[in-house]
Write a protein that binds this ligand. Structure first.
Ligand code: URA
Length: 232
């Protein structure tokens, strides 16, 4: 990573870009002990940066959970729908990204962060992070679903079967499905492969992070340090 020293300082402190430049031009900023006077100087982020003798540390990464309402898209920008990021009222919101998208009609736990590595750990194809969905089905489940899901159902157009998934039956048309993958429309396609149809889909859990039941649809909160650390 390389970034401009003035941007780094204004991200890491309460100083505006203009104030930061003023400090730099006045010779009050050092990088690894050397005074610098060019606000455009590039740094890697590993240096020790001081303003007026005090060390500043990089702005901490930010992590949020949103209870995504139906009708909101997970994309960063969209011309016709409200996006998840439109619901996050934070400074420097342009740096935030959704970690693991949900379909427009899916509700529930959506994670949002500016930490690219954390996002990658959660969403990389080889990440084995379990996701739990509450699924309402159009027709009653069959007794063979559990076994077929445990063996790995085959989605249309895929070269390999799904990884084993587990099912907890809540009633004959409502289940909790736990999966380790995140293919396009995965849950809907899994139940289509079983000859059923998903009427409503709600994500409850991703890895060790469970949707906070006190969040109304559209509300969000910062993750706790334990929740952040649970994604390894
Ligand atoms: N699977 C789906 O089909 N849709 C989602 O939004 C998430 C998982």
């Amino acid at each position: 990573m390389t970034l401009r020293i003035d941007k780094y300082i204004s991200n890491a402190t309460d100083l505006s870009r203009v104030e930061t430049k003023r400090f730099i031009k006045a010779g009050e900023v050092t990088v690894d002990g050397e005074i610098i006077t060019n606000p455009a100087q590039k740094i890697s982020g590993d240096e020790e940066i001081c303003i007026d003798g005090s060390i500043i540390s990089k702005a901490a990464h930010r992590y949020f959970m949103l209870n995504k309402p139906a009708g909101v898209v997970s994309a960063t920008r969209d011309n016709s729908h409200t996006t998840a990021l439109d619901l996050i009222y934070e400074h420097r919101s342009a740096e935030l990204q959704v970690a693991g998208r949900l379909d427009v009609d899916t509700t529930g736990l959506l994670l949002i962060t500016d930490d690219g590595q954390w996002n990658h750990r959660l969403t990389a194809p080889r990440s084995d992070c379990q996701k739990i969905y509450r699924v309402e089905l159009a027709t009653p489940i069959s007794p063979d679903y559990q076994e077929r899901l445990a063996n790995g159902v085959w989605l249309e157009g895929e070269k390999h079967p799904c990884l084993p998934a587990t099912l907890e039956v809540l009633d004959d048309q409502t289940v909790l499905l736990s999966i380790a993958e995140g293919k396009y429309h995965q849950v809907k396609r899994m139940f289509a492969a079983l000859g059923n149809h998903v009427k409503a889909l709600h994500r409850r859990q991703v890895g060790g992070i469970t949707l906070d039941e006190t969040l109304e649809p559209g509300e969000y909160r910062a993750l706790t340090p334990d929740e952040v650390a649970s994604i390894i």
